[in-house]
Design a protein around this ligand. Structure first.
Ligand code: SIN
Length: 476
């Protein structure tokens, strides 16, 4: 095997010297400045990943698994430093950043378990004298494009199964949050990944990803981000017939059925909605509450939401950090203004909280009532800490409203367990919590339907996305 070429666009200035400034959304201070990868760097990363592929795919799955498990241990050993990096570049509270690291480590462990199950599958091919075997092979060089809201976990969710399957991966993190991704690469390299097997390139998506998708050696694209960008990437991926997994936007409904336990529903709504300041693809965007419970639900939710501590993520007490950008604040403001202009009423929040010497990016946890499907927030993902509540007559109306959305990532149903499960089965989405506000788990399938994309991440479903099946028809 030839030695892979050194690649390291993150460490050295590029030919034109363009730099990527990484900014703390809670202070606007520049926390790092990185060389932007050029098209040549992007191509060099594909060269290295292609060269590394031969060795890595032949590495026994148990050895690949061991590297991933060492990576998980290293992440957990370094929680405090990594959590600080995640908080600094994404704004999320430190406690959530620590949770994200555990979540990332779980993806490494889950993928390691799956690697150990990889084996040929002899089957009855119904042909006399033929031995039929299905062989699960790595797809090859994979490209990952990851978002800023979970800068470590979303990359781990892609890299872990790809590497477990025997693929190599090149990854482009969001421009806002490259530091966690670069730290993740260092952790995996120090855990024994051969050079070229996994490499992160920071910079302009147009330059990097277009180069990758034009290169016939790249056989898989995995993306988490907006539906709009997903469409663009799918068009580009069509050129080389690249296999894709797309985890796109969400617009989750949170349904509270007649007779639901109100304490559980409110506690669940708090967890599901305000995590990461509402900047989560699976967070509820539409609360559909039985009319008999709607006033009490709204009052209790508003009480709990308005007691959340809003502030910079690095401060220990903070529960809700800043939004990622001014554009994000503007979008949340637009949704709230549209709701108020069209019949909704504000119960709490509704504006940013001004903090001394801080940018105007700290949006108050907001609860709106008298909402209805005509509102902008019922049609677009808000991606902020806003809980719009609509009263509904019953489960059928709630399901109709929930399923009217073109998105279908997640949904939540709170109520008596049997009825809640029945309703969850009727939801057009990929992940549903039944009296459970936090269904995500590295051992479970995660992904959507309709405009929320396709493909599944996590557990045995996750590794399948990086494998192709070869049928061997063997005549002895
Ligand atoms: C996401 O926002 O897409 C990830 C949320 C999760 O994994 O729970």
């Amino acid at each position: 095997m030839p030695e892979p070429q050194p690649i390291g666009a993150n460490e050295r200035p590029n030919a034109v010297g363009a730099m990527l400034a990484v900014r703390d959304p809670a202070s606007d201070e520049t926390i790092a400045s990185l060389p932007m990868a050029t098209a040549a760097d992007a191509s060099a990363a594909v060269d290295a990943a292609s060269q590394a592929l031969g060795l890595w795919r032949e590495t026994p799955p148990a050895e690949r698994a061991a590297v991933l498990e060492r990576g998980a241990e290293a992440l957990l050993r370094d929680v405090e430093a990594l959590a600080r990096t995640i908080t600094l570049e994404s704004g999320k509270p430190l406690g959530e950043a620590r949770g994200e690291i555990r979540y990332a480590a779980d993806y490494l462990c889950s993928a390691a378990e799956e690697a150990r199950t990889l084996m040929d599958e002899p089957f009855d091919g119904r042909r006399a004298g033929l031995r039929a075997v299905a062989v699960r092979e790595p797809i090859g060089v994979c490209a990952a494009v990851t978002p800023w809201n979970f800068p470590l976990a979303m990359l781990a969710r892609k890299a872990a199964p790809a590497l477990a399957a025997g693929c190599t991966m090149i990854a482009k993190p969001a421009e806002e949050t490259p530091l966690s991704a670069i730290a993740f690469e260092r952790v995996l390299t120090a855990s024994g990944l051969p050079p070229g097997t996994f490499h992160v390139l920071a910079g302009d998506p147009g330059t990097i990803v277009s180069t990758w998708l034009a290169d016939p050696r790249v056989r898989k694209l995995t993306f988490t981000g907006s539906t709009e960008t997903g469409r663009l990437l799918l068009r580009q991926a069509a050129e080389q017939i690249v296999r894709c997994s797309m985890e796109l936007g969400g617009h989750a409904a949170f349904i509270v059925l007649e007779g639901a336990d109100l304490d559980a529903a409110v506690a669940g709504a708090m967890t599901a909605k305000f995590r990461n300041a509402g900047q989560t693809c699976i967070c509820p965007n539409r609360f559909l509450v039985h009319h008999s419970l709607a006033p009490a639900f709204a009052a209790r939710l508003a009480l709990a939401a308005s007691s959340l501590i809003v502030g910079p993520g690095l401060e220990a007490a903070t529960q809700v950090g800043p939004l990622i950008s001014d554009a994000a604040v503007a979008k949340v403001r637009r949704h709230v203004a549209d709701a108020l202009a069209n019949g909704a009423r504000l119960v709490c929040g509704g504006e940013t909280r001004r903090l001394p010497n801080r940018p105007d990016r700290f949006f108050e946890p907001t609860v709106l009532v008298d909402c209805h499907p005509g509102l902008l927030c019922f049609h677009e993902e808000t991606f902020g800490p806003v809980a719009p509540i609509a009263a509904v007559r019953g489960a059928d109306e709630a399901v109709d409203i929930a399923n009217a959305s073109p998105w279908g990532l997640a949904g939540y149903v709170f109520g008596s367990s049997q009825q809640a499960e029945t309703v969850a089965r009727q939801l057009a989405c990929g992940v549903a919590g039944v009296n459970e506000p936090a269904p995500s788990n590295a051992y479970a399938p995660f992904g959507g339907v309709k405009w929320s994309g396709f493909g599944r991440e996590g557990g045995r479903w996750g590794i399948d996305e990086y494998l192709t099946v070869k049928y061997l028809a063997i005549r002895a």
